[in-house]
Design a protein around this ligand. Sequence first.
Ligand SMILES: [Zn+2]
Length: 301
Amino acid sequence: MKTWQTIVLVLVTLAVLSGGYVFLQIRTIEVERLSDDLHVLRGFGGNSAVLRTDAGTVVVDTMTLPMMGGWIRELARELTGADTVLLINTHYHLDHTHGNPAFEPGTRILSTERTLSHLLALDSEFWTGDAAKLMPNETFTDRQTLQIGGKTIELIHPGPGHTDGDLVVIFTSEKVIHMGDLAFIGHYPNIDLEAGGTVRGWPATLEQVFTLEFESVIPGHGPTTDRNGLRQFQTFLSELAEIGRQAADEGIGLEDTIASDRLTADAGYEPIRLIVSLGLDREFVLQRAWEEATGNFTRAN
Ligand SMILES: [Zn+2]
């Protein structure tokens, strides 16, 4: 969503200019090992994944700044001993894509067609000049299977939710799935209605994901979880969609919807903080549910 993207940009600029403590907070990338070949990187932005294959390294999502893409590229090489040969962008938001320009021009970069079209329509100021060379250069609509260096990777667009173009990555031999922002764990999600996102449709999209074979889930934001953790997030979304539906049916206004105590599946959720809060909180998700159900928003692309 545009507003919080702007907030992130301003913050990052301030942070880079002011240096010191804030810079250190951005500089920190935490590494989690899921197997010999698969690691999760957590930092200032969405979670990245790094997969070692016999034909080179695969990186999923590149966080918020070209500089951070450079750190991810370096870390990926340390973890796997090989250069990145394939980048995958789960969706168009800047905290998953703006590290791309740190990678080698000519690198194979995959996304859905919708994601590429959102990048071009909604984030075009960033993707100019040299950055444009690191945009997705291979796209698909619903599903793609990749055989690379002894690994099978499935890419699936299971339906709309966070946007209308998100993909999930299945690392088949690891039985691990990277959900991008179709899953937030322990945090309130961003719901990008303007880019085709939907509270109402999101639970059914997750139902498609449950038909896939996996044990562990890397969310776009939050800790690695399992099928139960993903189920809990689906319950939260169903509750939220129901609150929106009821508001629309009964003509309940935005203020009363936000003040409602009927949302309970968010117990323990924390707003995401990247130095300061990004406004992804309880009020935000209730507002988005109301806006979708009552038609009070405008598609941007
Ligand atoms: Zn996102």
